[in-house]
Design a protein around this ligand. Sequence first.
Ligand SMILES: Nc1nc2c(ncn2[C@@H]2O[C@H](COP(=O)(O)OP(=O)(O)OP(=O)(O)O)[C@@H](O)[C@H]2O)c(=O)[nH]1
Ligand SMILES: [Mg+2]
Length: 458
Amino acid sequence: MSEINQQPPIAAIATPVGEGGIAVIRVSGRGAIEKVQSCFKGKELTKADSHTVHFGKIIKKDDRVVDEVLATVFRSPKSYTGEDTVEISCHGGVLVTQAVLETILEQGVRSAEPGEFTQRAFLNGKLDLDQAEAVADLIHAKSIKAVDAAHQQLEGRLGKHIKEFRQQIIDATAMVELELDFIEEDVEFANKEQLRKLLVDVDEEIGRLLDTYETGRLVKDGVKTVFIGRPNAGKSTLLNTLVGSDRAIVTEIAGTTRDTIDADWSYEGLLFKLIDTAGLRETEDVIEAEGVKRSQKAFEQADLVVYLKDLSLPLDSEEREEITRFQKRAVSTPFLLIGTKLDLEDSSHEERIDYDLKISALEEQNIDDLKKLMKQRALENKDYDTSSLLVTSSRHRDALQKARENVQRAIQALDQGMTGDFLSIDLRSALKELGTITGEITNEHVLDSIFSRFCIGK
Ligand SMILES: Nc1nc2c(ncn2[C@@H]2O[C@H](COP(=O)(O)OP(=O)(O)OP(=O)(O)O)[C@@H](O)[C@H]2O)c(=O)[nH]1
Ligand SMILES: [Mg+2]
């Protein structure tokens, strides 16, 4: 672990703002315990052992009591941030919590920025950068599977892989650079085959990890599911049925939904981001045209497209063509063709089209089958095994991809009989890319963008 650098003390409310049983205020940094002591009446916190809890009162300079609290003392380096830390549990009212925080700030403590505690933990080597990111993922997780994926990363499983890749590449670099040292003597690579195998193995292993990103992304961000179809097909009704509330307005008037409407819905631990649209069609109406534009955008970004066709109406050739067109446009996107209003199905129509499923949202017919089908289709051809480690962040994916390209370039250079200095440059670039994931190599810009995602107090 790197050396702990205690920075000036910061404080923030670590629990959500609102009324609750208790609220926690976190104070961390050089002299944090002394600062709290200066407005604490109770046991002498400055003499307390690490990881001990003490009852007392937070008091103003004039001895006025702000609140009765419990203060937990953590001594550096054994704290979340690595610094001296006090966590004050007070009564969970909005005003009382604010008053306790203000009293702490009056002792010469600064308000913490979003994610500043975690940033300090990272800078003090308590967490790798990917683990710090997992903390944010965990807080923002909207499904159980996303929680699992964040936990895996927080436990350091991604970091462990990255460190193994780095070690393998360091070994390869050592082989190459050893040769460079003896270049005058015209020494060949001690073992070119061994070096090649090492690089090919790393290339394959990085590739395997990269393959998990498609699933990882869906697990973390949810499956963007877009409902399209003609006006009145029952898109909004289906959205409402799935989420179990009247999220979207439903009327018998065609063209009710004009803007895209989103709703989160979880099924078997997987988050679906449902998007109800105005549909995609030609229109003269300015407002409707804007709605159609938004539908188009949602369609382009979709992970799953669900086309709804009203079974009470005959399928005309125009709509048949439309469906085929969507199917074609969605080649790379999973697609479902669903017949709606099964309760009103007019079997005298000759449909001659294959539905994936027919449902009635109003009568709740085949809705469970639809849920299963949506999950199945969304994850088709994806290696959906959430018990294995998943890459869930595009930042990590990009770095892995660049590292892999560098390794592949090194393999090519080796095959083309290039000299070791070329290989060495590629391998060092690969190391650098991998280092950005765990944060061995980083810059302020990256750190800022990562930690600004956090809430204040984390
Ligand atoms: N009988 C029956 N009626 C339904 C069913 N689903 C929807 N409807 C009715 O069909 C009409 C249109 O439903 P919406 O959900 O508003 O359709 P939409 O596709 O969102 O329509 P727009 O927003 O206008 O594009 C409403 O009157 C619904 O009550 C169903 O399964 N059975
Ligand atoms: Mg609608």
